[in-house]
Design a protein around this ligand. Sequence first.
Ligand code: ADP
Length: 309
Amino acid sequence: MNIAPRPLPPSKSQVRRDKQPPEVPQNVYDSDRNIYYEKGKFLGKGGFAHCYEFINRETRQMVAGKVVPKSLLVKQYQRDKMAQEVQIHRNLSHPNVVKLFHFFEDRLNVYITLELCPRRSLMELHKRRRAVTEPEARYFTYHIVQGVQYLHAINIIHRDLKLGNLFLNDNMEVKIGDFGLATTMKGDERKTTLCGTPNYIAPEVLKKLGHSFEVDIWAVGCILYILLFGTPPFESSTLEETYSRIKHNNYTIPVEANSSAATLIRCLLHQSPERRPHAAQILRDRFFTNGYMPERLPVSCLSMVPKFG
Ligand code: ADP
């Protein structure tokens, strides 16, 4: 869905079909800071960017280098979108948000250096494990909500929280990344346009009622549901049916679910945005305070059920 008033930019999947891997030199030079990076392992690709390990030649420190070919930034809206993403992301500093270090360009590409998250994202974890244990779901969700609380406190809505944008470092700490759809809120405005399709889209966005911070809380509800039960709450075989289920708040919680998890999910996925809890309220919820929350998780939980205790 795209409800932008201007001519529609190509969707990420359209861009992906046309896109060749960028030409990236073996040694990338940040001339603003006089830093050379060796290009290391390929980490993954998104709608616009390819990501590689970048190794600082002097310090050997490794970062993630997001590379966007200038050929994909020909149109003004493409440059504006990238500038907006960097502008929002560069000022963020929180343990549960991917750190943006620098951005620079050379003849071929624009580069963004980011905190390296070598354990990929919750999407890969989900593909291997499907539903995770309740303590793991509690651990991941708590950390995601801490990141969301920080963003909302400085008036930023992420607008595309999803498993694939929740990255993991070697300590299995969750880091919110990809600020491509993020926006800054002023006063008590409500946003009416959203370029791009958030994965866990909230009913007020579909109904074009104006949206705000609560769309991130809705997405957290979808994420917690998937972590606990292994499938998205509104999943169906067609997009039309999924959107209809979202608009009608038509989902079911498995009967065997823990009652405090079920209660929290119902609050997060409340049809009315104003009835959803704020991030700080979520962190005080019984689901987190009354159940076992591991202090850390082993890397082995990427592929195996961990043993606690
Ligand atoms: P786009 O903005 O084009 O969608 P993404 O931000 O999704 O690009 O990044 C593309 C891919 O690069 C991700 O799916 C992931 O595999 C990898 N990636 C992105 N950021 C990091 C990071 N900080 N650490 C490790 N890998 C990353």
